[in-house]
Design a protein around this ligand. Structure first.
Ligand code: ATP
Ligand code: MG
Length: 322
């Protein structure tokens, strides 16, 4: 990481998880938490934990949920110099319960909490000025202030020779909005590494989901993307590179307890490993292990693994299946 740390930007949340499966959060029930959370924070925690140089831009409240997050990021080696502590607003929260069909019911207090504060502070300016990579979540594109901050950081980091990764992570509702779609196009043009799952590949390429996958990939490469890393859940992942090479790594066989955060841990490990100089194939193997380890534990970033922990999981899983 000679160019500077991998920076993640966006919401930092405390997450409270229902411990039973069922119909929503409308009745008194057993809950577990608070857990440190927020997709950009999960990404950067895994990035730091595996040994990448990592830093976070975001805001928490001056409360126990904020301290929980800052402590966790620091213990994973993440630079929190640009994490702001808001004097008035509380730390953002997410309540989640799994439903019988495997879907999730969420109650967020996000952009109306400290997490929605997006100020270009002197600390943010100083971090961006020495950053080598920016990771962007698609959810930021739908929020005016976050978009302004993200766009400014991305342009500066690209201008100094850095790189950008984008996890589209866009819900259908967001992409029917013309402004969000235009921002997605602008962001894709700044992106080096795209980390989609499912139809997000086509959304990012701005073509219909019934088009051929090769058409979507060609459109993305034409816009300057060098690696498209497709997340495939329990099946693992596949990377299509602009130089024509394709690498696949199978998923690890694990028992899924809580799938929230798998994609973020996957991305954090992938970007960290690539920036540490690993070849694509090896980065995919570690990223799959990070995603797999994360689903085995309750709480969205509890399963983020060190390189040693991920090596152990990879070796144990091999032993079980052979
Ligand atoms: P999220 O639900 O966090 O948005 P995503 O859709 O972005 O996730 P997934 O494909 O669900 O991404 O998960 C990311 C990676 O984590 C997968 O590519 C895989 O390597 C790993 N993973 C996820 N679920 C499982 C599982 N049940 N078993 C093994 N590995 C898994
Ligand atoms: Mg996802």
């Amino acid at each position: 990481d000679t160019l500077g740390p991998t920076v993640s930007i966006g919401e930092i949340l405390a997450e409270i998880v229902g411990t039973t499966v069922g119909d929503g959060l409308g009745e008194t029930q057993p809950l577990s938490g608070p857990y440190p959370s927020g997709a950009p924070a999960i990404f950067v925690a895994q990035c730091g934990r595996i040994g990448g140089s990592a830093a976070m831009i975001g805001t928490v409240g001056d409360d126990a949920f904020g301290r929980l997050n800052i402590d966790r990021l620091q213990s994973n080696g993440v630079d929190v110099s640009a994490v702001r502590i808001h004097p008035d607003l509380p730390t953002g929260t997410a309540f989640v319960r799994y439903q019988n069909d495997g879907s999730r019911d969420f109650i967020f207090n996000m952009w109306s909490s400290a997490a929605g504060d997006a100020s270009w502070t002197p600390e943010v300016a100083a971090l961006v000025a020495r950053a080598g990579h920016l990771h962007v979540m698609g959810t930021l594109l739908a929020q005016e202030n976050m978009w302004q901050l993200t766009q400014r950081a991305a342009k500066q980091i690209k201008a100094r020779g850095g790189t950008v990764s984008l996890d589209p992570n866009l819900r259908k509702e967001l992409t029917t909005n013309a402004t969000t779609r235009a921002r997605l196009r602008e962001m894709v043009a700044l992106t080096d590494v795209l980390l989609p799952s499912g139809d997000e590949l086509f959304l990012a390429a701005d073509i219909t989901p019934d088009a051929a996958q090769t058409a979507a990939l060609d459109a993305l490469f034409a816009r300057g993307i060098s690696e498209v890393v497709l997340k495939q859940g329990a099946a693992g992942s596949i990377c299509f590179a602009a130089d024509g090479t394709t690498n696949h790594a199978p998923g690890l066989t694990v028992t899924e307890i809580d799938p929230t955060g798998a994609g973020d841990c996957f991305g954090g490990a992938y970007v960290a490993c690539r920036r540490l100089g690993m070849p694509i194939k090896q980065a995919l193997i570690y990223a799959n292990a990070a995603g797999a380890r994360n689903v085995t534990m309750r709480g969205p970033m509890e399963g983020a693994g060190t390189r040693e922990e991920l090596d152990n999981l990879i070796n144990e899983t091999k032993a079980r299946t052979t």
